[in-house]
Design a protein around this ligand. Structure first.
Ligand code: CMC
Length: 374
C-alpha cells in the first residue's frame, strides 16, 4: 500500500486561491491587488492601502476622505478595554495584551455574528482604528505614563506615533513608519493569515480569527522576529568593534545550530521583496537620528550571515532597528505588526467567507499499532 506524501509545514502546498496579494519569489515581487508594494509605499498612504485591500480598488478622493473620517472617529478605547489592560501585569508580553484586548472587543462588538462582507469590513475597521490606542497605551503604561487620547486631525501613522510619544515626530519619521505599515500589511498565506482563514473556515467570527492570528504572529519564526532582531542587536552592541563582535556572535550562534532571527524565508529564496524599501526607510532613520553605528552593526551581521550561509535578510531585519530608532520599546515591535496586518487578515477573512470550504487536512498516523484493553 502506497504511503501518502506528507507535506510537513505545508511547504509547497497550494491550499486555495486568493485575489488579495501575489508573492512571486522568482521575480522577487509582491503585489497588493495587482499593485507592486514598492509603488504603493512610495506614492500612497497606509489608509489608502487598507482601503485597497478591503475593497479591491484604490479609493477616489471622496472615498478616501470618507474612509479616513470613519477611521478617525473610531479610535477611542471603550472604558472596559482600558480597565482590562490596566488589570494585566506590566510583565505580560504586549502581544498577550493585544490578543486579550481584541478578544474583549469581539465580545462587545454589536455585529460579532454577522459575517457579511459589509459587517466584516466594519468590524475590521473598528478594530484597526483602535489598535494604536491599545499598542501605544500599553507601551506608555509600562513606563508609568498615562493614556494619550487620539487626535482626529492626524493620519493613522502620525496619530500612532503621537499616542505613543506624546508628540508628532518630524515628517520623515512619520513617513518611514507609514512605509513600514504598508510593508507589513499583507503577505498572502503566511502562518497568521492562514490561521485566520482556518478559523474563518469553521464559520467562526472575525474577532476569533484575528485573536488566533495574533497568537500565530507572536512566534519568533513569524512576526516575533522583528523583536528578536533587536535582542540580537542589543546582545552584540553597536559601537566600535561591532563588526568583529557580530561575526563572532554569528559563528557562535550557527555553530550551536540556532536560527538567526530576521534572516531567511519560506517563500523567498533570493531575498525578501520588501527589504529594499524598508532598508531605505531604515537608512533615513539612521541619518535622521545620527546613528551610523547602528548601520555598521546592521551591515556587518548581514554580511557575515550571507557569507557563511547565503541566507538573506527578511523584512523584520530592517524594521526592528527602524522601530528602535523611532523610540519604540522592543516588545512593542510585534504589536505594531498586528496593527498593520489587521488590514490583510480582514481582507482574507472576507475572501474566505465568500468562497468557504472547511479547512481540514489529513495526517499520517505514526502512533502505536492497534491494541486492546485486556
Ligand atoms: N538562521 C539560521 N539558519 C537558517 C535560517 C536562519 N534564519 N533560516 C533558514 N536556515 C537554515 C535552516 O537551519 C535549514 O538548514 P538545514 O537544511 O541545514 O537544516 C535551512 O536553512 C532551511 O530552513 P528551514 O527553517 O527548514 O526553512 P523554512 O522554509 O521552514 O524557513 C523560516 C523559513 C522563516 C522559518 C526560517 O528562515 C527562519 O527560522 N528564519 C528566522 C526567523 C525569521 O526571521 N522569521 C521571519 C520570517 S519573515 C517575516 C514574517 O513572515 O513574519
Amino acid at each position: 500500500q502506497n504511503e501518502p506524501t506528507v507535506f510537513k509545514g505545508l511547504a509547497g502546498v497550494v491550499v486555495d486561491r486568493t485575489a488579495v496579494s501575489k508573492v512571486n519569489p522568482e521575480s522577487n515581487s509582491l503585489l497588493y491587488r495587482g499593485y507592486p508594494v514598492q509603488e504603493l509605499a512610495a506614492q500612497r498612504s497606509f489608509e489608502e492601502v487598507a482601503y485597497l485591500l478591503w475593497n479591491g480598488e484604490l479609493p477616489t478622493e471622496d472615498e478616501l476622505a470618507d474612509f479616513e473620517e470613519q477611521e478617525r472617529s473610531l479610535r477611542h478605547l471603550a472604558p472596559a478595554v482600558r480597565r482590562v489592560i490596566d488589570e494585566l501585569p506590566v510583565t505580560a508580553h504586549p502581544m498577550d495584551v493585544v490578543r486579550t484586548a481584541v478578544s474583549l472587543i469581539g465580545a462587545n462588538d454589536p455585529q460579532v455574528d454577522d459575517a457579511s462582507p459589509e459587517a466584516n469590513r466594519a468590524k475590521g475597521l473598528r478594530l484597526w482604528a483602535q489598535m494604536p490606542s491599545i499598542v501605544a497605551y500599553d507601551q506608555r503604561r509600562r513606563h508609568g505614563l498615562d493614556l494619550i487620547e487620539p487626535r482626529n486631525d492626524l493620519g493613522y501613522s502620525a496619530n500612532f506615533l503621537f499616542m505613543t510619544f506624546g508628540e508628532v515626530p518630524e515628517l520623515v519619521v512619520v513617513e518611514a513608519f507609514d512605509v513600514s505599515m504598508i510593508m507589513y500589511a499583507e503577505h498572502s498565506f503566511n502562518a497568521s493569515t492562514f490561521t485566520a482563514r482556518v478559523i474563518t473556515s469553521t464559520m467562526s467570527d472575525l474577532h476569533s480569527a484575528i485573536t488566533g492570528a495574533i497568537g500565530a504572529l507572536k512566534g519568533p519564526l513569524h512576526g516575533g522576529a522583528n523583536e528578536a532582531v533587536m535582542h540580537i542587536f542589543d546582545e552584540i552592541g553597536a559601537g566600535p568593534g561591532a563588526g568583529e563582535r557580530a561575526e563572532v556572535w554569528l559563528n557562535h550562534t550557527l555553530d550551536a545550530k540556532r536560527k538567526v532571527m530576521g534572516f531567511g524565508h519560506r517563500v523567498y529564496k533570493h531575498g525578501d521583496s520588501r527589504v529594499p524599501t524598508m532598508y531605505t526607510a531604515l537608512l533615513t532613520m539612521i541619518e535622521h537620528y545620527g546613528r551610523p553605528d547602528m548601520l555598521e552593526l546592521y551591515e556587518s551581521l548581514a554580511a557575515a550571515m550571507t557569507a557563511r550561509t547565503g541566507i538573506l535578510p527578511n523584512l523584520d531585519y530592517p524594521s526592528g532597528p527602524a522601530y528602535h530608532l523611532m523610540g519604540f520599546d522592543t516588545l512593542t515591535f510585534t504589536p505594531i505588526f498586528v496593527a498593520a496586518r489587521i488590514t490583510g487578515w480582514t481582507a482574507h477573512i472576507i475572501e474566505q467567507t465568500a468562497a468557504n470550504a472547511l479547512i481540514r487536512p489529513l495526517s499520517l498516523y505514526n502512533g502505536h499499532e492497534e491494541r486492546h484493553l485486556s
